[in-house]
Design a binder for this molecule. Structure first.
Ligand code: DGJ
Length: 723
């Protein structure tokens, strides 16, 4: 529910047990309160301690007022010296702006954001308020969009900045969210990593100064996932106040908490202002991507479960929201580039025999592509390598009872390719500078419609030529020397964002033209694992590190924000290709079961015993996968600090649960570990299928159960059902 209290000039946004209040003070839009629901009463007293000074425009000390006011969308250059949301180069070459409240509109539902991915909701699931602020001298109108979800403590925010004047202006920054949080003892949690080490959980105390994360790599990045949480210093998985911020965007971004000298924390999030500029001619508007603000007064675990519900029901394509995903076998780690038609078919035959449901052909099937030095951009099958072509392969695979999927890297081109030789200016580049390569490739200029059209045409031809039911869309480098041969000099700094918009447009076309297609994103693993991508693809390959023990941490970190059903997770061969570790097949299966499950190896090498084990694993997947996919996740361990991890997924009706326990290193002379379950119904009685033990929910949660495994990298999976 959202309403405007005329008397107190306050907007009251009520999400499920989460209130967000915004007040108009002397025309400024200020943040009054966010937290647990409170009755509708005048809370103007909350501003008093911050202002020893009069808010009036002609007051002799206006700057003190502005520098303390918790503004909802602060502008640069008028006396608020904290991080601004908006910074505009006006026609006079000057940059100060001053937005004041003009009007508002409240309505049911949630609008689509032009050309951008965003969460969606029906009219009975959310309400929206658009608050219009105007800076008359600059001719700028900023419309702040807030949507309050009725069944979740979640508010989404974005802004639309329009030039309503008669001269062109240039946006130097247009962030999506600003939220000033009260003076308390706070920590900041971020997800940091790099290739093969994505989403390590970092937690640090917030002290005075700026604590900034983000990306200037042209993609959301593995270095920092586009997320941060501001939590009570004492917050745990179950207790404490938590504000989670997640950015629905796949390019350069910034997330920052700034603690000022009054010990207030200003959190901002949006497109990174680094090298960003966007020219707005009269009448034009710029829409920022949206930030999801997720509130929990019961700790970090609840924040995660709310993100999971939101992203499962209001972000990933509806077609896949609750749909069971086919068990896939991807040939990448099994063959890399070294395969023939017969080799692929021999792998697929065994895959079909053990119960795999989809065969995915990864990199190396097109152009002149026997290694990573050539071929990207030439999206036609290499018939010398794949005798009979993609249609023949897909038909053969289908005849085995398997679906067929294919890998592409649409945004890239190798200098050694027919495409590059024909169109050297189609890559992102700065003339007269070296075109820096990474993995021997350059980035195509997807800010250009002609480039997108050509690439999309080739991809569409391949997808229309055979029964291809899955696409893995990869992206294996960052952006450098960013410039576009098609853009005017005054618009070059738009290229970063236009590139991301171009990628979104391609994904929109692909998923509209092939509505049944299962799209899986990937960027050297989790280099672009973000909500923007999840809007198009319901699963993303979470990491190129397929080692089960490394994956425990990687999947744990991702689970802070992302439902595990969105994490591509495969069983691979041992010794593991990334770390050389040998782990039991059982453990590899258990870890992969907590994601979009599959295999990534040469199945034709399976021994008979391995075939039996894999068959059993796939049966386990079919019996249990609805719990990770639709249930509530409770994290019971912390692999960043301890030698084990444990998770329990509980069905929404609490009648069923699955407990996964992974031991990292074994230790001698230790008592068995006690795992206290969470999320069960204390009054119900549960039977553990594998041990026959019968215990109440209360006993399972308060007294716990013992786990005592012998050996490194061992695991257990227990299913509990009510009796
Ligand atoms: C990087 C991906 O993360 C891998 O899974 C694989 O698809 C390779 N690219 C192929 O080049």
């Amino acid at each position: 529910m959202i309403f405007f209290n005329e008397q107190s000039q306050t907007f009251v946004l009520k999400a499920a047990n989460f209130d967000y209040r915004v007040k108009v003070i002397n025309g400024y839009l200020a943040h009054e309160y966010s937290g647990k629901a409170v009755p509708d009463e005048d809370m103007a007293y909350r501003f008093a301690p911050n202002f020893a000074y009069s808010p009036a425009d002609d007051s002799g000390d206006k700057l003190h007022f502005l520098n303390n006011l918790p503004l909802e969308y602060p502008c640069a250059g008028i006396g608020d010296f904290r991080e601004p949301s908006l910074h505009i180069l006006n026609k006079n070459g000057m940059t100060s702006n001053d937005l004041r409240y003009e009007s508002h509109r409240i309505y049911a539902g949630k609008p689509k954001l032009k050309n951008l991915p965003a969460t969606f909701a029906n009219d009975d699931e959310a309400d929206t308020v658009e608050i219009v602020l105007v800076d008359k001298p600059s001719g700028i109108e900023a419309t702040l969009l807030y949507t309050a979800f009725k069944n979740l403590p979640v508010i989404s925010r974005s802004a639309r900045v329009k030039n309503i004047g008669e001269d062109s202006v240039t946006l130097l920054r247009a962030l999506s969210l600003c939220l000033d949080i009260e003076n308390t003892r706070l920590d900041m949690i971020t997800l940091s990593g790099m290739w093969a080490r994505e989403c390590e959980v970092q937690r640090q105390p917030l002290k005075r100064g700026k604590h900034s994360v983000g990306s200037i790599m042209g993609k959301s990045s593995a270095e920092f996932n586009p997320f941060l949480a501001i939590v009570d210093r004492d917050a745990t998985e179950e207790t404490g106040e938590v504000f989670g911020f997640s950015f629905v965007y796949s390019g350069n971004w910034i997330g920052q908490a700034e603690v000022n000298h009054m010990d207030r924390a200003r959190v901002v999030m949006g497109i990174n202002p680094y090298d960003f500029a966007w020219k707005l001619d009269p009448g034009e508007a710029f829409q920022t991507p949206e930030v999801i603000l997720n509130y929990s007064c019961e700790g970090i675990g609840k924040m995660s479960r709310q993100f999971h519900d939101l992203y499962r029901n209001h972000l990933i394509p509806k077609r896949w929201a609750l749909t069971k995903r086919p068990v896939q076998l991807n040939n990448w780690e099994g063959t890399y580039f070294d395969f023939t038609m017969e080799k692929l078919l021999s792998i697929a035959r065994v895959a079909a025999e053990v119960g795999v449901e989809m065969f995915v052909l990864d990199d190396g099937w097109f152009g002149k592509r026997d290694n990573d030095k050539s071929g990207l951009g030439d999206w036609f099958v290499n018939e010398t390598k794949l005798l009979g072509g993609i249609k023949h392969l897909a038909d053969e695979i289908n005849a085995m009872g398997l679906k067929f999927g294919l890998w592409f890297e649409p945004e890239m081109v190798n200098p050694d390719s027919d495409l590059y030789r024909a169109h050297p200016d189609w890559c992102i580049h700065v003339p007269e500078r070296i075109h820096s390569q990474s993995r021997n490739q350059l980035v195509l200029d997807f800010s250009r419609g002609d480039v997108r059209k050509h690439i999309y045409g080739m991809i569409k031809d391949v997808l229309s030529s055979a029964n291809i039911e899955y696409v893995k869309w990869d992206m294996n480098r960052t952006l450098s020397e960013v410039g576009s041969a098609a853009a005017a000099s005054g618009r070059q700094r738009e290229t970063w964002h236009r590139f991301v918009l171009g990628v979104y447009e391609m994904m929109e076309r692909l998923t509209s033209d092939f509505p049944e297609l299962l799209l899986e994103n990937c960027s050297s693993g989790g280099g672009r694992f973000d909500p923007g991508m999840l809007f198009y693809s319901p699963q993303i390959w979470a990491s190129d590190d397929s080692d089960a023990i490394e994956r425990v941490k990687i999947q744990h970190g991702h689970s802070l924000v992302y439902p595990v059903s969105t994490l591509g997770s495969h069983v691979s061969a041992v010794p593991n290709h990334q770390v050389g570790r040998v782990t039991p097949l059982k453990t590899r299966g258990h870890v992969a079961l907590m994601g979009a499950f599959g295999y990534e190896l040469d199945a034709s090498q399976f021994t008979n015993e391995e075939k039996e084990q894999v068959r059993a694993q796939i049966e386990e997947y079919h019996r249990y996968c609805h719990l990770p996919r639709t249930g509530d996740l409770y994290r019971l361990g912390n692999p960043f600090e301890e030698m084990y991890d444990a998770w329990v997924f509980v069905s929404k009706d609490k009648n069923e649960a699955i407990l996964q326990y992974i031991q990292i290193l074994a230790r001698p002379s230790c008592a068995p570990r006690i795992i206290k379950l969470k999320g069960l119904d204390p009054d119900k009685t549960y039977k553990i299928e594998q041990t026959g033990q019968v215990l109440s929910g209360a006993a399972l949660m308060n007294a716990g159960i013992y786990q005592h495994l012998t050996g490194d990298f061992e695991s257990s999976l227990l299913r509990l059902t009510t009796i």
